[in-house]
Design a protein around this ligand. Structure first.
Ligand SMILES: [Zn+2]
Length: 138
């Protein structure tokens, strides 16, 4: 079972405020980074390339459809990564509905970022425990 590098913990509040303050531009950066982290961290989950995921959003018409798919795919990827490492908790359909109710996007982002933070902390804690039990090198 593959466990790649742990992603970066981010304050959900800071992410939401940055997206609002940049009129959404930071949202694309955030999306690119979290998709890359999820992909690198998980070697089983079929996560698309972060560049393609963000780039497709700028294609006329197709971009809107892709955005809709992404609102479903992103929470599904987070859930798949959690399940892969035995820590499933994210309600992906619920996050999708929150994204669909457009004014609730901050809640959706908050849920996703918190879920990822918790997953990264889980690995960090496990790595710390492993370090404690590792035999001392002579
Ligand atoms: Zn993991």
């Amino acid at each position: 079972m593959g466990v790649g590098p742990i992603g970066k913990e981010r304050s959900p509040t800071a992410v939401i405020l940055l997206i609002a303050a940049t009129s959404g531009i930071y949202g694309f950066i955030w999306l690119h980074r979290v998709i890359r982290e999820l992909r690198d961290h998980s070697q089983l989950v079929d996560v698309t390339s972060p560049g393609r995921a963000v780039g497709l959003l700028f294609v006329p018409f197709l971009g809107a459809l892709w955005g809709l798919m992404l609102a479903h795919l992103l929470p599904s990827w987070v859930r798949a990564v959690e399940d892969q490492h035995g820590r499933g908790r994210t309600n992906a359909p619920l996050v999708f509905v929150l994204f669909l109710l457009l004014f609730l996007w901050p809640v959706a982002i908050w849920v996703l970022q918190e879920a990822m933070n918790e997953h990264w902390r889980f690995h960090a804690a496990a790595a710390g425990a492993d370090a404690c039990y590792a035999p001392a090198t002579p």
